[in-house]
Design a protein around this ligand. Sequence first.
Ligand code: PHE
Length: 465
Amino acid sequence: MTEQRGNWSSSAGFILAATGSAIGLGNLWKFPFITWENNGGAFVLVYLICIVAVGLPIMMAELLIGRKTQKSAVGALKEAVGPAWGVVGLWGVLCGFILLSYYTVIAGWSLFYFAKTLGWTMGGFPTNLQTGALFGEQSSNAGLQLGLSLAFSIATVSVVYFGVQKGIERIARLFLPILFGILILLLISALGMSGSGEALRFIFRPNFAELEPSGILEALGHSFFTLSLGMGAMITYGSYIERSQSIVKASAIIVVLDTAIALVATVIMFSVVAAAPEQKEEVGKSTVGMLFISLPQLFYTEVPFGAVLGPLFYVLVALAALTSTMSLLEVVASYVIDEHGIDRAKATLMCGSTVFVFTIFAALSFSDVPILSTMHIFGEGANAKLGWFATADHFVSNWMLPTGGFAITLAAGWFMTRAATEGELGDETAPAWFNYGAWRFFIRFVAPIAVGAIIIAVILGVDFA
Ligand code: PHE
């Protein structure tokens, strides 16, 4: 069984794949929206602190558990910490399963908007078009939603099917440079716009009077989501690292790149939106307002070279989403491969199609399908999470990732021996700046206390979805 496991071909291949997992809809869809909602500056600063104080140490912990055991989430936790810890791995696999099932739906929207914007670039932006109405029409069109999410699921399965090196690593190597290139073009264009000064001030000038306590928790929760932590994705990717590759260096690069991309994407979007004050209301109304309602139009009315950059932007969203969905499917598939001895081809197809059954529920959440569009478990009043999609997203972001992350901090900080973790992190591959004692302090105290605070806040009913 183990001799069939893949390996990354090089350190760069691994870093690109893991960075691809981290960079996704979290950076392009969630982060700009929650930064907007939480009034920028101070929220961004708190988010950066969470990334360094909680995200980075947990990233190292997950990768070390993977590299040490060379097993996927369930097997790795069992071997590194103890048999009972397989449950935490299973929790992660379940989390990956649910997250993938609805993530694909938003990823599908990027395909729709790519096709639409390409059409506008060729034929001109329709003068009377209401992009809000367009969004409503596409998201409530059941057939279209099923088609888009099916297309995206097939793309994901096709990558994972070919394995670690020939599938995941190859696609990450190809797509990440394209993604960076598109983002740089967009940034240059956005910085030339009149709104860029306002955007930069909003994002980088902290005003703590504007930050509510719920914003602190939201920043912490998002640091898990955006770095793909708390559910074993990084354990799984770490299990394909060779012992000669440094976990510490890789973690630092992944975290820096993911953070940089989230900030750059936010600068781009806010610069564009600042150019059109009448759009601001739309942007604040819902999580999709900026990405799928305001931006499509602004590319054609405000952005320099927007007719070219518009379609490219949705290519960027699709590529970022795909390099994340493939890591989610890999968590589920590698569990089936490693723990149940099923071969990769069969495991991938089986897991991919089972997940798709649940994607159907998520895809139909925006149509008038009883229960799927109206079910209600979380939130009250204006904060109610209505429908399957919102319920699944709330459950994953607010319950599953924080609890999984908490368990991983305990595993690495308190249940594994000092020798075991030091042997992985403090070995000859560690860079000179790394201080094992500092990592141990963060993973034993800072991270679990911070994450424990989120969980308690969730239980007390603070909403940070
Ligand atoms: N990090 C991804 C994003 O920001 C989401 C993700 C979470 C992917 C967990 C894999 C595992 O979009």
